[in-house]
Design a protein around this ligand. Sequence first.
Ligand SMILES: [Zn+2]
Length: 152
Amino acid sequence: MASEIQYAGPTISPATAGKVEDCAICGNLSFEVFADLGRYRVLSCPSCSTHLRDPTIVDPVDDRIGDYEARQGLFEKQTADRILSAVDEIQPVRGDCLDVGCATGSFLRQAETRGWRCHGTDISAIAVAKARVAVPSGTFEAGSFSKNTFSA
Ligand SMILES: [Zn+2]
């Protein structure tokens, strides 16, 4: 059906798909097309480099969306666990963990479960606000460093 939007799975109706209007991380209102896959595009935010699917899926009660979010959450957890296991081999003693570019705190949420004291920084104040909710015991700062702050 011409009015339906397809993705790599079941057909979704236009009522469950929405146009990307702003960056979920930094709120930027314009995007560059990273890839046009026909059924949908992958947009890149020139401000924070986040990639977004367009059209996005906006119906929170759709079971398929729940599946997607569950898979995405599992992927983030597994990735964080792999990184933290590698860190265990070189730093088995728990202490303070800093995530530069912490986004919404998914990595630090896993670090916290392993006993790390968590700290994060991100250029996006919106992302940092979400990270503070995800890791209430953590400390977070939003903002960017001025040019030439670091040499390495
Ligand atoms: Zn952005």
